[in-house]
Design a protein around this ligand. Structure first.
Ligand code: C5P
Length: 283
């Protein structure tokens, strides 16, 4: 079978504090986009190991690949014998704040459930997903949501406007671990809150979306990758008001219903050497 693993953007991200286990308690608005990896998954012949391959040679396909981790965590919980052949058609940029690796893992979970006809409960799957990575429970559902805790508390939200999304990824990437480590050394404050963002999206109020969105990791990531600020500036100069960094970066997105306007900006930023992807919210 082939499972679609959608990317996500963070339309808002608030850091509430650091927990004793080192993870940060977050409050976020996450929305899937049509841009996706395709995950081919079949049951391996008897006595064959699980193998993960990819058409992207930069992708690590060892047992540390999150798809392989997903097979092992599912096996630990559901005690099946089967192994799998998994092939990742990679389109989502990596180290970009778009959740590609976590989404691939969630696609493997959905694939295993279908192939083995497993009877699962939502709470068991949230637990297994969370053990793989913070964003995996969100990607298991793949619907617009407020995401709280360290990724395990999901509340579906309504998104009125199916915006086109221009994603701009500078050559440099950032690791989420590094961004949070640097974040802890910086003075970070945000007076902005999540509920006004949710309200603006539900009402389809463009101006309110532009005013309320925020990402509390942006200052930290920008201090580690200056291209983020330059891309934001360029998009705003092109008259795009809804512009933000996604996740821990380094990609920046602009939302608009004016596809032509996004195409013009995309061409300019591509000429500057950035990777550009034009997609749409998956709502
Ligand atoms: O859970 P995931 O593997 O995606 O997280 C990668 C790293 O990001 C963690 O090891 C941790 O350093 C940091 N992180 C965090 N708080 C979160 C999510 C991630 O500190 N809520």
């Amino acid at each position: 079978m082939i499972a679609k693993a959608y990317a996500k953007i963070n339309i808002a991200l608030k850091v509430l504090g650091k927990k004793p286990d080192g993870y940060h308690e977050l409050d976020m608005v996450m929305v899937p986009v049509e841009l996706h990896d395709s995950i081919e998954i079949v049951i391996a012949p008897p006595s064959c190991e699980t193998v993960v391959t990819s058409d992207d040679h930069d992708l690590m396909t060892s047992e540390y690949n999150l798809c392989a981790v997903a097979v092992n965590k599912m096996r630990d919980f559901y005690k099946f014998e089967e192994n799998f052949r998994i092939h990742i058609h990679k389109r989502i940029p990596m180290s970009a704040g778009l959740g590609g690796g976590s989404s691939d893992a969630a696609a493997v979970i959905r694939g295993i459930i279908t192939l083995l006809k497993l009877k699962v409960t939502e709470s068991d799957i949230i637990g297994v997903s969370r053990a793989i990575g913070s964003d995996v429970p969100f990607f298991y559902r793949q619907i617009p949501a407020r995401v709280q805790g360290t990724g395990e508390i999901l509340t579906p939200i309504k998104v009125q406007i199916p915006y086109y999304v221009l994603i701009v990824k500078p050559h440099e990437g950032l690791s989420t671990t590094d961004v949070f480590a640097k974040y802890d050394q910086m003075d970070n404050q945000s007076l902005k809150e999540i509920p006004p963002v949710i309200e603006a999206l539900a009402h389809g109020d463009d101006e309110a979306v532009a005013e309320t969105i925020f990402n509390q990791l942006e200052a930290t990531s920008t201090s580690m990758c200056h291209a983020i600020a330059a891309i934001k500036r360029a998009l705003k100069q092109d008259g795009l008001p809804i512009v933000l960094m996604s996740g821990s970066g380094t990609s920046v997105f602009a939302l608009s219903m004016n596809r032509e306007r996004l195409e013009i900006s995309a061409k300019k930023l591509e000429k500057r050497g950035h990777r550009v992807l034009l997609t749409q919210l998956h709502v």
